[in-house]
Ligand binder design. Structure first.
Ligand SMILES: Cc1cc2nc3c(=O)[nH]c(=O)nc-3n(C[C@H](O)[C@H](O)[C@H](O)COP(=O)(O)O)c2cc1C
Length: 213
């Protein structure tokens, strides 16, 4: 199965086919992955193969980490009833934390909508948690997350980091619900699945660069 490619992609991007993915030989120019990856918010219900998820995790752990501590743990969730529960609990938790202002108002409207499922009904959630108190464990897990998202894109999959889930998952009830040890800190909840469509590029602001010297 192939994702629907954008116009730019159609010209110069060969999306990995199923055979490549099974063999683990899907490859993509780095630039294509960096510039082509988008947050995906609509998924097919097709399951994602365990072997492919394992390859994404293998790519994630190639990330650099401070003092080479590799302070990450991966939790793979596919139980839709559990994902629905995490979504409900996270929405309630987040609603209690919002402040006044345009962003708070936007989130309040979204999170109050009973039809909004924070995981967009993706078939899989991969949660990357920090397992040590290294002062850089969150940075390390975030680097692993980007490797996972780029590798998923190269394999024809969509991903999106779901920040809405982070805070409730970090509560004792959240950790208990997904069976992670109390000392672990959920950092990167990333949904993974086959995109229904290829999202449009999101414009970037001009970078603020201060050239010194
Ligand atoms: C830390 C973090 C938290 C995010 N949380 C959410 C989220 O809860 N829900 C969501 O739909 N997208 C979430 N996103 C995705 C961003 O909205 C998205 O990356 C951004 O709009 C840029 O779009 P792009 O990823 O397609 O380039 C999150 C991204 C990051 C890095």
């Amino acid at each position: 199965m192939q994702i629907k490619a954008s116009r730019r992609e159609e010209t110069n991007l060969a999306i990995a086919n199923e055979e490549d993915i099974r063999r683990g030989s899907h490859a993509m120019e780095l630039r294509e992955a960096v510039y082509g990856r988008r947050a995906v918010r609509a998924y097919d219900s097709d399951p994602v193969d365990d072997g492919l998820l394992r390859q994404l995790i293998d790519a994630a752990i190639q990330a650099p980490s401070a003092v080479n501590q590799q302070p990450w743990s991966f939790t793979v969730l596919r139980n839709q009833a559990l994902l629905d529960r995490i979504s409900r609990e996270s929405k309630g938790y987040m609603l209690g934390t919002l402040s006044a202002g345009p962003t708070g108002d936007h989130f309040r409207k979204l999170l109050s909508d009973p039809n909004f499922q924070i995981f967009y009904h993706a078939p899989v959630l991969v949660l990357i948690s920090a397992v040590s108190e290294s002062p850089w464990a969150v940075e390390d897990c975030s680097l692993a997350a980007e490797n996972l998202m780029l590798s998923a894109y190269a394999a024809g999959l969509g991903t999106c980091w779901i920040g809405f889930a982070q805070k409730w998952l970090a509560t004792p009830q959240g950790k208990d619900a997904i069976g992670i040890p109390p000392a672990h800190l959920p950092v990167a909840p990333i949904i993974v699945g086959r995109p229904k469509t290829a999202p449009a590029p999101v414009p970037r602001k001009e970078p603020d660069i201060r050239w010194l010297g």
